[in-house]
Design a protein around this ligand. Structure first.
Ligand SMILES: *[C@@H]1O[C@H](CO)[C@@H](O)[C@H](O)[C@H]1NC(C)=O
Ligand SMILES: *[C@@H]1O[C@H](CO)[C@@H](O)[C@H](O)[C@H]1NC(C)=O
Ligand SMILES: *[C@@H]1O[C@H](CO)[C@@H](O)[C@H](O)[C@H]1NC(C)=O
Ligand SMILES: *[C@@H]1O[C@H](CO)[C@@H](O)[C@H](O)[C@H]1NC(C)=O
Ligand SMILES: *[C@@H]1O[C@H](CO)[C@@H](O)[C@H](O)[C@H]1NC(C)=O
Ligand SMILES: *[C@@H]1O[C@H](CO)[C@@H](O)[C@H](O)[C@H]1NC(C)=O
Ligand SMILES: *[C@@H]1O[C@H](CO)[C@@H](O)[C@H](O)[C@H]1NC(C)=O
Ligand SMILES: *[C@@H]1O[C@H](CO)[C@@H](O)[C@H](O)[C@H]1NC(C)=O
Ligand SMILES: *[C@@H]1O[C@H](CO)[C@@H](O)[C@H](O)[C@H]1NC(C)=O
Ligand SMILES: *[C@@H]1O[C@H](CO)[C@@H](O)[C@H](O)[C@H]1NC(C)=O
Length: 403
């Protein structure tokens, strides 16, 4: 009995040791992979005056041999543009008179042009509202919708900057005291956001949180949809993949992540992405009961001219772009309506390269290792112990008579 106890505690020690080694290996690998980008934040580059119609934010994220230019602008519909270059000295040039006229392409350029590897943009185009009288969360025809709020027609505040974080709020015609706000965060390295849904990010991506605060709904049973459009260089964002997980440690009750990706001729080589978890929150400081599921519609080809007309940044940088769009709808049948809290918040990550992948957290890894590993180790040790015991018995019976 005493020996069995010793074997067991020996086994547990071995497992704990293994877990520690695994964990430190993981963090070592993680550290080796990560090289920090240097962030330089500039508001309205190249001009000292406040441009009428909205600010332009430029964040240069300089890596060892490349630069990512994050551009965020509220001239028209709020737009995030990411340009990846293969040089650590590429720059953004804005011809302000042309940029503000918003009638020609090429008023915002990244120099040298030959260094551009890839560009991608997301435009927040429209907010749709419908009256969900029967609580089905399924508008059957477009007639069920109220006229959409076109975000390009909103009055947008100036950008409020705090390091590499910028916040923008706007109000529509019937919003009374309500507003739609966007917060852009750019990162210098890998990490995970502090607030739910705690999305992963890297130095190659940025996070946008969108929230509707205090908007007066047109019906007590109103629900909302947000329309996004994506503009890509050669390969537009064409399909949404859903990745499932068994781990909801960081986003309680959510076991999925959706990613809207671009791919070269249907291959798995992803050039840029928009990633989100299918959850929105009905409170600024959410608890689990404030989570509400979201759904998305399949990406559709959009008219490039309409998008170009809606966004000053798209007009300035792209020439006749290819555009795809989708809707994200908040709430499902049986969930409280917007009216219940008059607040909705949803978060997405936009970046170039492959989307971040949630690996198992150390806690889950430890549980799995102990859960699966302990019985194996015990079996093994038990076997060895039995063998040794038998051998000793055998040898003692063989040699004892001689002694
Ligand atoms: C950057 O380029 C230099 C030479 O051009 C090369 O030695 C170095 O390995 C590159 N660094 C990375 C991280 O690719
Ligand atoms: C753009 O608008 C400005 C003034 O509004 C005008 O002078 C200019 O010719 C226009 N350019 C194009 C390409 O239409
Ligand atoms: C990358 O950099 C090299 C030299 O700086 C340049 O010749 C090349 O055209 C650049 N662009 C791409 C897309 O590789
Ligand atoms: C709601 O339900 C009523 C009764 O079932 C039906 O007549 C009506 O058409 C429904 N309205 C919508 C918008 O589905
Ligand atoms: C809007 O705000 C004002 C002042 O803060 C307040 O008096 C008014 O009741 C608000 N209106 C609505 C519809 O909430
Ligand atoms: C970011 O992009 C660079 C250049 O393409 C790549 O070397 C690096 O591995 C990427 N980092 C992440 C976290 O994807
Ligand atoms: C991708 O498709 C385009 C035309 O649709 C073709 O020109 C190109 O060669 C294809 N590239 C690959 C790698 O298959
Ligand atoms: C889009 O605009 C371009 C030039 O501005 C024009 O040649 C083209 O016909 C337009 N396309 C559509 C579908 O209106
Ligand atoms: C979003 O939903 C509205 C209402 O059904 C529809 O008119 C619009 O075309 C949708 N947008 C996209 C990009 O699917
Ligand atoms: C929902 O809206 C109606 C009328 O607009 C209002 O009377 C009701 O109090 C609202 N409900 C909540 C929970 O705010």
């Amino acid at each position: 009995m005493a020996t069995a106890g010793k074997t067991q505690s020996g086994g547990v020690c071995v497992i704990l040791l293994l877990v520690c080694v695994l964990n430190s290996c993981q963090s070592l690998l993680y550290r080796a992979e990560t090289s920090k980008r240097q962030l330089v934040v500039q508001l309205n580059p190249g001009t000292n005056s406040t441009p009428p119609g909205g600010d332009l934010l430029h964040v240069r994220a300089v890596g060892d041999n490349d630069t990512l230019h994050f551009l965020f602008c509220s001239q028209g519909a709020p737009t995030l543009l990411i340009v990846h270059t293969n040089s650590s000295s590429s720059t953004v040039k804005v011809n302000w008179p042309q940029f503000l006229a918003r009638n020609s392409s090429g008023s915002l350029t990244v120099e040298p042009q030959s260094s551009i590897l890839y560009s991608t943009a997301v435009v927040f185009t429209r907010l749709w509202e419908y009256d969900d009288v029967n609580d089905t969360a399924k508008p059957t025809s477009s007639l069920d919708f109220y006229p959409p709020y076109r975000l390009q027609d909103f009055t947008w505040s100036r950008l409020r900057l705090s390091g590499p974080v910028a916040e923008l709020c706007g109000a529509g015609p019937t919003f009374t005291n309500g507003s739609v706000c966007l917060q852009l965060s750019v990162f210098d390295s890998d990490g995970r956001a502090e607030s739910w849904p705690r999305l992963l990010h890297s130095g190659n991506s940025s996070q946008v949180q969108v929230w509707l605060d205090g908007v007066s709904p047109q019906s007590p049973n109103s629900r909302f949809l947000l329309e996004l459009e994506a503009v890509g260089g050669v390969y537009p964002l064409s399909r949404v993949d859903v990745r499932r997980s068994i781990d909801d440690e960081f986003t309680p009750s959510i076991f999925q992540v959706s990613q809207w990706v671009s791919s070269a001729n249907g291959s798995s080589d992803v050039r840029s992405f928009v990633q989100w978890k299918p959850v929105a929150y009905r409170q600024p400081h959410p608890a689990l009961e404030d989570a509400t599921p979201c759904r998305y519609s399949q990406p559709q080809l959009q008219s490039g001219n309409t998008t170009t007309a809606s966004s000053g940044l798209i007009q300035a940088f792209y020439n006749d772009p290819e555009v795809t769009g989708l809707n994200v709808s908040f709430g499902i049948a049986g969930e409280p309506f917007y009216n219940s809290t008059k607040y909705l918040s949803w978060t997405l990550v936009v970046g170039v390269g492959s989307p971040p992948v949630d690996s198992f957290s150390p806690l889950v890894l430890t549980i799995m290792t102990v859960g699966l590993g302990a019985p194996m180790v015990l079996l093994l040790l038990g076997g060895v112990f039995l063998c040794l015991h038998k051998r000793r018995e055998a040898s003692s019976t063989t040699y004892e008579p001689i002694n």
